[in-house]
Design a protein. Sequence first.
Length: 509
Amino acid sequence: MTSTDRRATDSGSTGSAGRWLALAVLVLAVLLVAVDATVLGLATPFLSEDLKPSGTQLLWIGDIYSFVIAGLLVSMGSLGDRIGRKKLLLTGALAFGAVSALNAYAVSPEMMIVARALLGVAGATLMPSTLALIRNIFHDPRERSLAVGVWGAAASAGTAVGPVVGGFLLENFWWGSVFLINLPVMAVLVVVGIKLLPESRDPSPGPWDLISVVLSLIGVMAVVYAVKEAAVDGFRWDILAAALLGVLALFWFVRRQHTLTSPLLDMRLFHHRGFSGAVLADLLTILGLSGLVFFLSQFLQLVQGRSPLEAGLIELPAAVGAVGTGLLAGRVARRASVRSAVAGGLAAVGLALAACVAINAATGVVALGLALFVGGLGAGLAFTVTSDVILSSVPKEQAGAASAVSETAYELGAALGIALLGSVLTGIYRGFSVPHGVPADAAAAAHESLGGAVETAKTLPHEQGAALLSSAQDAFTHGFEAAAGVGSAVLFATAVTAWHLLKGQKLDV
């Protein structure tokens, strides 16, 4: 380690107050990304009414942000190791604020998709930098576990703050305001971060391989696109071509990492069974929970007729549960075991999804809140412990790359949760029968999305519109139930897998 790097790293750990103040700044970045990922669910009905996206465009608006982040996280984590994690974090924060304004003033579905993609590019610079800086600021394993718990709790709190703040904004302003709220948070993060955050980097990182950057982005995005489209439309030739392109790009990426003297991602990390098991658990925990929360927001508003703020408050127990277990996760994993904590957390998320199989328009607030609370407990426990396992498995010089793997799993899980569970839901929803006499163009608009059905019903005679809306709401509910069932099965299977993969895994003491 160079003397400059040593002074930079040590400056972040010379006092307890300095470490925890630096953590508070990192928490702001985590809150920002988490809020932006969750607030869109509440804004979707308003955005649909204004921009009138098709069903496919609506899914892309919902998941392109996470797809781009997932495709770039490894590259950005490696870049932070090279140029400095503080520098990358603050640069990304400025870009995130600027692109948020572009999202707020989008005037078409296509512009919104592009703006969300650009926001994903900026977001990819934030998350790996925050976790990598924690790895370099907190050297004591127990302090680091608590810091990771606070970091995870902030991400969970963002899922609570997003719907509640978003609900308030949507009831008082237009849908673009949910993106403009990012700007003051970004300003505070940059101004305070310049003073409080220590700089850290890999002292001898080697060159940043642009070919690997392109391969990882193409590979992730092409594979996820193929999965999403095939789940809705079946295996067309263009979908198969995208899948093949993605697999070949990822295969080339992996082969290239083995030949580079300074790889973008050290593939030897995955030889560690605990590391691989933690990454898999990360991905599937978030897959189940993100898909649930995204589509539940639409269910609460468009099926049960609740206001955005009320829907946000109903979703609050998930974040409360995740914050609580996130802060205690390190202690639980040390007193019981890592595999007990992770497998138990995954099973709890699976249980929450299983409870949603019985959901209907008359389901009350208490039942919904209890299911979400259990899911939040499980997600907070599993995600925090696996993040700690991933961080503690690597030298601090590789913290950015390891953090990026953890965050890639998180973001890819969020994207796949919306894409896969959403495709199950959409496939069932589009099959609902339209009342006799509804014009073909109106029927087509209603079949695109539930938001489209709500708007279409307003243009029809009262009885005909009510019948159309009732049929669409029933279909959406059945699709939601089926998606919850699929997600539950995946989570229970992952709990069993994690129990075996994480055997003997322990946190540092």
